[in-house]
Ligand binder design. Structure first.
Ligand code: DQA
Length: 151
């Protein structure tokens, strides 16, 4: 069974207690459980990670790229948190690999502060899902599963 990598960036470890009016009350552990269920239903294993460190996220994308080449990874779902809006390194990492990467944001970043309107990931992502809460992660897994089946 190929894997889907779900990568979470800075501050997402605080999900559930961090600004619940914006991000909801589900914890990252809840998101992981739901993603694992959905991945299993679609015939994939789940590799779920969170890091507050930009380079760790870059390394994980490279690793997924190698896994994709070897046939063991179907795709990446990334909520890069604030690095979305700042990180040319993440942009370059996604550009450098062939594995499809879907960008997810829990909140509707376009309805928030203007500094959240630009994403360095969107131009290199296979798709973008914003503002649908944690369902966005599950929709992204569905999209990667369809993409994988169509290969
Ligand atoms: C976020 C939106 C980002 O602007 C913010 O920095 C986050 C979470 C979201 O999921 O809505 O950390 O990516």
């Amino acid at each position: 069974m190929p894997a889907i990598l779900v990568l979470n960036g800075p501050n997402l470890n605080l999900l559930g207690t961090r600004e619940p009016a914006t991000y909801g009350s589900a914890t990252l552990a809840d998101v992981e459980r739901l993603c694992a269920e959905r991945a299993r239903e679609r015939g994939f294993t789940l590799d779920f990670r969170q890091s507050n460190h930009e380079g760790v996220l870059v390394d994980a994308i490279h690793e997924a790229g190698r896994g994709f080449q070897a046939g063991g990874v179907a795709g990446v779902v990334i909520n890069a948190g604030a690095y979305t809006h700042t990180s040319i390194a993440l942009h370059d990492a996604v550009r450098a690999v062939e594995v499809p990467v879907i960008e997810v944001h829990i909140s509707n970043v376009h309805a928030r502060e203007s500094f959240r309107h630009h994403s360095w990931l969107s131009p290199v992502a296979a798709g973008v899902i914003v503002g649908l809460g944690i369902d966005g992660y599950l929709l992204a897994i569905d999209a990667l599963a369809r993409r994988h089946a169509a290969r």
